[in-house]
Design a protein around this ligand. Structure first.
Ligand SMILES: [Zn+2]
Ligand SMILES: [Zn+2]
Length: 173
């Protein structure tokens, strides 16, 4: 995703872009996750004189695997991002430049490439533990049956071991 900054001359010049991007919007898409709907993008670019500040939000749908039942499901993913793009200097890099280049994105010419910024925000917005629904019963730990679809014949021993000991004791009496 490239943004042209040719019309953003002068401090505080602002540009707002609302756009829908196709699922395969960049060759560096979400490598592991499968996007299943276009990306709704709303981004504002402001000329800060030192560079260009980019702020925006993105919404899409992604296919993810439930961590309880392991069945893929569609998750509504939305993320916000912001960063400041600085001009790439036309001189030999110094140590300081290298340090800062790891902190801030650079641009050259009259285009900002925000593909990476979008990708990073989406990846960070995916929760670590995802379940397909709050009442997902998951898989049986004995036979692996998906308990959302069918029950199984396993007898799960839910008796508290302390109670079991008491029961044994009472039996002996
Ligand atoms: Zn599930
Ligand atoms: Zn079972």
């Amino acid at each position: 995703m490239q943004i042209s900054i040719t019309n953003l001359k002068g401090e505080s010049a602002t540009l707002r872009i609302k756009k829908e991007l196709p699922v395969d919007y960049g060759d560096r898409g979400l490598t592991e996750e499968k996007l299943v709907s276009p990306l709704k993008l709303d981004v504002t670019v402001t000329n800060t004189e030192e560079g260009y500040s980019v702020q925006g939000s993105v919404q899409t749908k992604v296919e993810l695997e439930c961590t309880r039942c392991l069945i893929p499901f569609v998750y509504d993913l939305s993320a916000e991002f912001s960063d400041e793009y600085l001009p790439k200097l036309n001189r030999a890099e110094t140590e300081d430049d290298r340090f800062f280049s790891e902190q801030a994105p650079y641009f050259q010419g009259d285009q900002l490439d925000i593909t990476e910024l979008i990708n990073e925000s989406l990846i960070l917005a995916i929760p670590m533990k995802l379940i397909c629904s709050t009442d997902c019963t998951g898989l049986c730990s004995h036979c692996g049956q998906n308990l959302n679809q069918n029950s199984c014949q396993c007898i799960v021993d839910t008796v508290d071991p302390r109670l079991a000991a008491l029961t044994d004791l009472l039996k002996k009496e």
